[in-house]
Write a protein that binds this ligand. Structure first.
Ligand code: PMP
Length: 709
């Protein structure tokens, strides 16, 4: 038996390789799971996907004359959709729960064993796989495990088949609660009608209300509603085939939803919130309250830039109030690397919330923080031994700078009291962090006299994608000669300068910086808040240069974009230096090492652990390269740069962000937020090929249609 497989998929989206896997759970033994499974397979086939339907455990299998067991559900799948490869994996004769059927035959059913069998099939299949559960949600597999244990191991989105009848709400809510208690979040539910509906007025009211109430009380979307299909009971196979076709048609939106495509909105499904007729579909008072009372980033309180109301996220999509589903090109400012609402991250959050959402870190510690620190140190560049958890990237930078200053002071070098950095950098918006941002495009002029005065070397001019000339480090060398003796540290974003200009520079420059730090007794602080966790194609961007920092800042994608959390990691030498002669690091945010954030971050690092991100990022890099290459040489385009899952168009002049953003939304259905002269994307790693093309088409369109001017 193979060991437990790692979760492979994200909710309602294709995995990195384009395979889609879905588990079907039922609200009871006769909730219509088989119809849903067979119907989804049929719908997938009609969309050009190759379906596979699996029944991991089938009980009640009739024994044939030759003594072998037949698998009734697999026969239904084959009938529903002739081309579907269908398989039942473990067959039992007794028509009862798997634990009982297996016990009588002296066989063992375990979640891990089943997961292994399923993964053997699933990994060989390219296309749309539907895995049907057995019985209701809490069906025992053996004396200790139930079906959700299997779903949790598989990590695929679960769709709940809910029989629409009296009692449906109760059964659906119990099923969703049982799944959630095991950390499994359903992607949505499908209403079925295993028996003809009663025709009284009350019956009709109950059935109509069930859908709305289940959606409201679980927060899950209704992906489809399958009526009672009389044809399925017909003796004539041709009539039954017509019934299956009808079901498949009804389930097409559900398959599209599960593939991360458009929002499933089966006919007649009520909008969660009735749209109004303003252009964004948002309630006018929400947007006007927002405009009048809430400050958005980098905006005027009096003339704020336009804001759109987001109501939901899923996979690679941001859903606006009017129902428009936008392909997200920003990963919410580098954060949502696994896509939105990933079930593993939500499960970690939910499980931790039930236990201990927060506790002070002064004098107390906890498993989420310790577990995360272990994982972080394991994956971080060599030499880093100690973790300080902060609550945002800027604070992690402040802490890193304080570490460096305290380290030098404690070592008897009080003259080393400035920070050296390069122009074109960005490190955050708090005062200390601002002081090391680019002095021109940063905010130095606004805070003259208040910001600490730091020392600046020229911007690294060397390109990542061009041969390196050692003369390109002359400016840095001169800055070290002038300021090195008085500098506690050099702080830089390795390889990719983000918000300061989306500039990618040569690894050799970083290696030279490392040498100069050693020569002048300066610590090297690398700010990987934007670049960390795979974004540039290396787990940490400093990996491109094989450079190890003395202090490393991480944040943003650390929690997969679910919670705010950052950290400053230091070498043993730095930690010992700061604490020499009883010294203590003078920092302690109230929400330091918040257990919710640490638990989610731990789950996010687990998702990275199988290394699949590397293929995803390479795939995105190739798609961005191809999609943006035509922009080279177009009028108005100064430069096109791609590294890892980051694609940049640098234009000749600053642009109208508001106009561009509206164009991207209305004309292309994408979320891209340009700034200054830059139109850039850094999408979630799970973004499928079609959506990458949508993003680059939108960027090309902005240039060719002159929207940027
Ligand atoms: N450093 C870098 C490189 C960043 O990109 C950012 C955020 N854009 C920060 C620091 C600041 O992080 P936060 O916004 O979480 O304070």
């Amino acid at each position: 038996m193979t060991s437990s497989p790692a979760p492979l998929n994200v909710p309602g989206t294709a995995s990195s390789t384009g395979h889609i896997r879905v588990c079907i759970a039922g609200t009871g033994t006769d909730a219509g799971k088989t119809v849903v499974t067979a119907g989804l397979a049929g719908a997938a086939r009609s969309l050009g996907l190759v379906p596979l339907a699996l029944k991991p455990v089938q009980t009640g299998c009739p024994r044939g004359a030759d003594g072998s067991l037949a698998a009734p559900d697999a026969a239904v799948y084959r009938e529903a959709c002739a081309a579907v490869p269908a398989e039942a994996l473990l067959l039992f004769e007794d028509a009862c729960s798997p634990h009982l059927a297996a016990r009588r035959e002296g066989r063992a059913v375990t979640a891990a064993g089943l997961a292994g069998l399923i993964m053997e099939r699933v990994e060989k299949h390219e296309g749309f796989t539907v895995i049907e559960g057995a019985g209701g949600v809490m069906v025992p597999l053996n004396d200790t495990e139930t079906l959700p244990d299997l779903f949790a191991l598989l990590g695929f989105p679960v769709v709940l088949a809910a029989a629409n009848r009296l009692g449906a709400v109760n059964h659906a809510l119990l099923s969703v609660a049982a799944l959630r208690a095991r950390g499994v979040e359903a992607a949505g539910f499908i209403l079925t009608m295993p028996a003809p509906a009663g025709d009284s007025e009350l019956d009709r009211r109950i059935l109509a209300d069930n859908r709305e109430t289940i959606a409201r009380m679980t927060g899950l979307p209704c992906l489809a509603e399958i009526p009672f299909v009389e044809e399925l009971r017909a003796p004539d196979a041709a009539v039954r085939a017509r019934g299956w076709e009808r079901i498949a048609r009804l389930l097409v939106p559900a398959v599209e939803f599960l593939c991360g495509g458009r929002e499933a909105q089966p006919e007649g499904t009520p909008e969660k919130v009735a749209p109004d007729n303003s252009s964004t579909g948002s309630a006018p008072d929400l947007l006007s309250f927002d405009r009048e009372h809430i400050w958005h980033p980098y905006t005027s309180a009096l003339r704020p830039l336009r804001a759109y109301e987001a109501v939901e996220t899923r996979g690679t999509r941001i859903i606006l109030r009017d129902g428009q589903s936008l392909v997200d090109g920003m990963a919410s400012w580098w954060c949502a690397i696994h896509g939105y609402n990933h079930p593993a991250l939500l499960a970690a959050l939910r499980a931790q919330a039930a236990r201990m959402p927060h506790v002070m870190f002064g004098g107390l510690t906890h498993e989420p923080a310790v577990g995360l620190a272990r994982k972080l140190l394991d994956m971080a560049p060599a030499g880093l031994e100690r973790v300080f958890f902060a609550d945002s990237g800027s604070v992690a930078v402040e802490v890193a700078l304080k570490m460096a200053l305290q380290y030098q002071q404690a070592g008897g070098r009080p003259e080393k009291s400035r920070i050296l950095t390069v122009r074109g950098g960005y490190h955050g918006d708090t005062l200390g962090a601002m002081s090391v941002c680019d002095p021109e495009n940063g905010m130095h002029a606004l805070f003259r006299g208040v910001l600490p005065r730091q020392a600046f070397a020229p911007r690294p001019e060397c390109r990542f994608d061009a041969p390196y000339d050692p003369a390109q480090a002359l400016g840095l060398e001169a800055a070290f000669r002038e300021h090195g003796p008085a500098a506690a540290a050099l702080i830089m974003e390795p390889i990719l300068q983000g918000a300061g200009g989306m500039w990618m520079y040569h690894p050799q420059y970083l290696r030279r910086a490392r040498e100069l730090c050693r020569e002048y007794g300066c610590l090297l602080v690398l700010d990987e808040i934007a670049t960390g966790f795979g974004r540039t194609g290396e787990l940490f961007a400093c990996g491109w240069a094989g450079v190890e920092p003395d202090i490393l800042c991480v944040g943003k994608a650390l929690t997969g974009g679910v919670m705010t959390l950052a950290a400053a990691l230091a070498t043993g030498e730095v930690a010992r230096g700061v604490s020499r002669d009883g010294g203590v690091l003078m920092h302690g945010p109230t929400f330091m090492a918040n257990p919710l954030a640490c638990a989610v971050a731990g789950a996010s690092l687990d998702l990275l652990a199988d290394g699949a991100w590397r293929e995803d990022v390479a795939r995105i890099e190739a798609a961005l390269d191809k999609g943006l290459a035509p922009c080279r040489g177009m009028p108005g385009v100064r430069d096109v740069r791609v590294l890892g899952a980051v694609g940049v168009l640098e234009m000749e002049r600053p642009m109208n962000t508001e106009r561009l953003q509206e164009y991207f939304i209305r004309e292309h259905g994408v979320w891209i937020r340009p700034f200054a002269r830059l139109i850039y994307v850094m999408p979630p790693y799970i973004t499928p090929a079609g959506e990458l093309e949508t993003l680059t088409r939108a960027m090309r369109g902005a240039v060719t249609e002159n929207v940027w001017e």
